[in-house]
Write a protein that binds this ligand. Structure first.
Ligand SMILES: Cc1ncc(C[n+]2csc(CCOP(=O)(O)OP(=O)(O)O)c2C)c(N)n1
Length: 652
């Protein structure tokens, strides 16, 4: 029998950690880091956050049994070590590849993952729900083995804890008084630096380096101060309270009903184990917050030195990536269409083009502002932040506030552009309704990553924005077919006095040469190719494959019209009526959910207008699409040129 060559080889599940000594756990931490680095170098993925939580992960699994207890990772982008320990080491090489291990927790892979997550700020709420569910569990049979109550642990980053939902959950948990354990993983970073007042507060705690011991001494000291007389008693109590708050770290959490522990060195596995033991020994009857200080990118020199660049990396990357994995997937040289007077950057993606054009517009118009919810790099706004710091707002992972702020800016006369990933917009649907649509606030929503995003998979695919937004009155929905059209649409959006959502995909700029775009007019589509056998009515990123599909069919002697819809709302009823009167069959195409999307709008129009054409809808089907490369996923769904041609052939 071959001997295991490392401690990691002996870890088949969390139970194998229990016999290890702290010194062995330290060695194991190093091995896990190596493993993460090697795999992520091949597959791409979130690097810096994962390297930062290795000891914390080991300590949590050492103390608890998460096949019984529950561990909820906020955002889930830092769960690689957890995956490696919980039986997924052997398959970890397939990380983020089609059919392989997901980059995020998922119960499909392990009973140790209670939720599929990818969006930040949710862990404290869902963990609290799990805890409350414990109370509803049926009584075990009298002869069943007695198990301790499940411990529920939420690990949340210092950026995610500042999101609205986290605050709502802290507020609730503090009042419920249940035994929730929140581990605040404080590395001072979101993807870029953490922003906001809470971040400054945490920084003060770190700088103070006060430990629980000190805290207890302060408490004891204050409690020992004698008080004389009733009115004096109240005054002295106020003074003591003030002193307590100024000296004791974590006061804000204590005020909310949590017992605060820390800050603890999150890379000292022994200290972590000790503090967790202590928390369990004290048997605290209420919520506890353990504040752990970690370093993003720990153990990898480059990632440690520049965690912003190494939040995520693309495959094959020991050299720094250009941005986070949400941003970099497809790399290609600039297609010849973008000609600019100011070419300092090579523009690879729609994100680059959006950011570049917004800068130009902002130079011309001092009322233009840009907003991001913790994604200055991913949305391309980092340059805007440098150039126009007074007109740039990074609000942290607070999409709801981002759109509330945008509404206020717009109503106040500014021209806000809120750049937000399609999937994260979902968090702020009510703000799009009340603060934007109902007010008729002229906010431009720049919806990046609209469509399939690739390896980040289901929590990140941006496939619901068309369906969500289409239902709201007033809002104009548009999507460019190529980079030039994106520039034109962004400029056009900022001339409108109504809300606009402009969606563009996470991909390289299309290689297919589309005809030069005509000027943009509200609710006007563009006929790219006339045809009599069928029509392809495509929206945004699907125009290029539709155009190519029509070319393939033309080679077979079929005459297929191609319409670049440009707007999903309002629709170009005149052009649609004309086109759909001239062909027997049409196929709408969108990189979004077929349920309630663009195609359904066309279907309804066609039916109500009594047009003879039979309209079919192509798009993302009514299920969650897994992770994998964007292009293979599109091909799998029949949304590439071949697939569209194939579908139309069948319809003809
Ligand atoms: C609702 C939402 N908005 C934005 C993101 C994108 N995002 C992924 S990780 C991350 C930073 C998280 O920072 P923190 O919670 O401090 O964890 P760390 O990565 O530093 O460990 C962001 C903004 C997200 N996942 N969810």
């Amino acid at each position: 029998m071959t001997q295991p060559s490392s401690i990691l080889d002996t870890i088949n599940g969390p139970a194998d950690l229990k016999p290890l000594q702290p010194a062995e756990l330290r060695i194991l931490a190093g091995e896990i880091r190596e493993r993460i680095r090697n795999v992520v170098n091949r597959t791409g993925g979130h690097l810096a956050s994962n390297l930062g939580v290795v000891e914390l992960t080991l300590a949590l699994h050492y103390i608890y049994d998460f096949t019984w207890d529950r561990l909820v990772w906020d955002g889930g982008h830092q769960a690689y070590a957890h995956k490696i320990i919980t039986g997924r080491n052997k398959t970890f090489d397939t990380l983020r590849t089609a059919g392989g291990v997901s980059g995020f927790p998922t119960p499909q892979e392990s009973p140790c993952d209670p939720f599929i997550v990818g969006h930040a700020g949710t862990a404290i709420s869902t963990a609290l729900g799990l805890l409350c569910a414990n109370d509803t569990a049926p009584r075990p049979a009298s002869d069943a083995p007695v198990r301790p109550p499940r411990r529920v642990v939420a690990v949340v980053g210092d950026a995610s804890i500042a999101s609205g939902m986290s605050f709502e959950a802290l507020n609730h948990a503090g009042s419920l008084g249940k035994r929730l354990l929140v581990v605040l993983n404080d590395n001072r970073m979101a993807i870029s630096g953490t922003v906001g007042a809470l971040s400054k507060y945490l920084n003060r705690i770190r700088v103070a380096t006060l430990y629980n011991e000190v805290k207890r001494e302060v408490r004891d000291f204050l409690d020992a101060i004698p008080v004389v007389g009733r009115s004096m008693e109240r005054i002295v109590e106020h003074v003591k309270d003030g002193v307590r708050k100024s000296l004791v770290p974590g006061g804000i959490f204590e005020e909310m009903g949590f017992r605060y522990f820390g800050p603890t060195d999150g890379h000292d596995v022994r200290a972590l184990i000790d503090v967790l033991h202590e928390i369990e020994r004290l048997d605290i009857n209420g919520p506890v917050l353990l504040h752990v200080i970690t370093e993003k990118g720990r153990g990898c020199e480059k990632a440690h030195a520049d965690p912003r660049k190494f939040h995520g990396v693309s495959p094959g990357q020991d050299a720094p990536p250009q941005s986070c994995p949400e941003q970099i997937e497809d790399k290609t040289v600039l297609n010849g269409k973008i000609e600019t007077n100011v070419p300092p950057l090579r523009l690879h993606t729609y994100t680059d083009v959006f950011a570049d054009e917004l800068l130009r517009i902002a130079e011309e118009n001092p009322r233009v502002c840009a907003i991001t919810a913790a994604m200055p790099d991913g949305t391309g706004l980092a340059r805007f932040a440098d150039q126009f710091p007074d007109r740039f707002f990074d609000v942290g992972i607070c999409e709801q506030h981002a759109l509330g702020l945008a509404s206020g800016l717009a109503v106040g006369g500014a021209r806000p552009v809120a750049a937000i990933y399609s999937t994260f917009l979902q968090r702020a649907y009510d703000q799009v309704f009340q603060e934007i649509s109902l007010q008729n606030a002229p906010v431009v929503l720049a919806l990046d990553r609209a469509g399939l995003v690739g390896s980040d998979g289901p929590p990140h695919h941006g496939t619901f924005d068309i369906a969500c937004l289409r239902t709201l009155p007033r809002i104009v929905l548009m999507a460019p077919a190529d980079a030039e059209e994106l520039r034109m649409m962004l400029r056009f959006a900022l001339t409108l006095q109504v809300p606009v959502a402009l969606r563009y995909p996470r991909t390289k700029l299309p290689a297919a040469q589309l005809p030069a775009p005509e000027p943009i007019q509200l609710g006007r589509a563009s006929l790219l190719t006339p045809g009599t056998d069928a029509a392809l009515i495509a929206y945004g990123s699907m125009v290029a494959p539709a155009f190519e599909a029509a070319g393939l069919l033309a080679n077979e002697g079929r005459s297929v019209a191609v319409l670049n819809a440009r707007f999903a709302r309002p629709l170009d009823e005149d052009l649609f009526r004309k086109t759909l009167s001239a062909v027997p069959v049409a196929l709408t195409v969108e990189e979004g959910s077929v349920q309630g999307g663009f195609g359904e709008a066309v279907l309804r129009f066609c039916s109500e207008a009594g047009l003879p054409a039979k309209v079919h809808v192509a798009g993302v089907p009514d299920r969650y699409v897994s992770h994998g490369g964007r292009d293979p996923l599109l091909a799998e769904l029949g949304l590439d040129a071949q697939g569209l041609a194939h579908r139309l052939r069948a319809l003809l």
